[in-house]
Design a protein around this ligand. Structure first.
Ligand code: FES
Ligand code: FES
Length: 164
């Protein structure tokens, strides 16, 4: 009998992991249910809000739209991978200090999108930040504090943070 489950390996936040699950299970659910990484949030579940954003092979993806099958052998980074040795990532620090997070539902996705931006553009303008975060919706902050957080994070970062 053909099993409806498949064993899929991937690297998550630098650790080799594997999961045995239906190949069409959403990456979002695998992260949360199978790997216990509940930092990644579900908002719309339809690819519209960006709350579930994670990095997959260096690309920002909506994990609610990614079937497990596509993550076979992938390098995944989630919000849990941002802080190192209990030290907040400069983006997390800036969101904390600037009020960029309120209810927190959008925050993990915002952080991952902002990190993706800063990895490619360490000193973005306000307009570039606005554009980079256009796929991430927030119902609480009115966005300005989030944009300010990213601007502040860009100044907090050391050159060695650019890979983070
Ligand atoms: S939950 Fe994935 S984009 Fe909204
Ligand atoms: S902080 Fe609540 S949705 Fe953004």
């Amino acid at each position: 009998m053909i099993s409806p489950f498949q064993t899929i390996p991937m690297r998550v936040n630098g650790q080799q992991r594997e999961v045995t699950a239906p190949p069409m299970k959403r990456l979002l659910d695998v992260l949360r249910e199978d790997f216990g990484l509940t930092g990644t949030k579900e908002g719309c579940g339809e690819g519209e809000c960006g709350s579930c954003s994670v990095s997959m092979n260096g690309q920002l993806v909506n994990s609610c739209l990614v079937p497990l099958l596509q993550a076979d052998g992938a390098e995944i980074e989630t919000v849990e991978g941002l802080a190192a040795d209990n030290i907040l990532h400069p983006l997390q620090q800036a969101f904390l200090e600037c009020g960029g997070a309120q209810c927190g539902i959008c925050t993990p996705g915002m952080l991952m999108a902002a990190r993706h931006l800063l990895a490619h553009n360490p000193n973005p303008t306000l307009e570039e930040i606005r554009e980079a975060l256009a796929g991430n919706l927030c119902r609480c902050t009115g966005f300005i504090r989030i944009f300010e957080s990213v601007l502040v994070a860009a100044t907090l970062r050391e050159p060695s943070d650019h890979a983070r």
